[in-house]
Ligand binder design. Structure first.
Ligand code: THU
Length: 133
């Protein structure tokens, strides 16, 4: 259900769903799409990209975040993640730490192909980040 999501959250979920179609996941078969919206209002997409040397694989969330950062637009306001999981799958721990770096107050929307969606945020998902200061 996308009931309860704002228009911009729904739009970001749609972007993540489109991004998922570009996933390269022949080893796990688990395709993930992500999209981030930055303070500038732009959106950047990412999909998971696997490798035959499994440990080299990269999550969709980090691809999307790194796309924004590499475009010179690093202030992340919100991220949407879409999988085929029920319930919708949250970002892994590594992606939470990376999201925290660029989105200290980021909203997080978890969606799936059935149209279910859960709105949460980085504070709820990652309450005790590693910080040096
Ligand atoms: N994966 C993501 O893209 N995001 C996550 O947060 C967790 C896992 C990917 C990595 C791998 O390609 C596949 O999902 C199965 O673990």
């Amino acid at each position: 259900m996308t009931n309860g999501l704002t228009r911009s959250q729904q739009a970001l979920v749609h972007e993540a769903r489109m991004a998922r179609e570009r996933a390269y996941a022949p080893y796990s078969g688990f395709k993930v799409g992500a999209a981030v919206r930055t303070a500038s209002g732009k959106t950047y997409r990412g999909a998971n990209v696997e490798n035959v040397s499994y440990g080299l694989s990269m999550c969709a969330e980090r691809v999307a975040i790194f796309n924004a950062v590499a475009a010179g637009d690093p202030a992340i306001v919100e991220i949407a993640v879409v999988t085929d999981a029920d319930p919708p799958s949250p970002p892994c721990g590594a992606c939470r730490q990376v999201l925290f770096e660029f989105g200290r107050d980021a909203g997080v929307v978890l969606g799936n192909l059935d149209g279910e969606a859960i709105a949460t945020n980085i504070h709820e998902l990652f309450p005790h980040p590693f910080q040096r200061d």
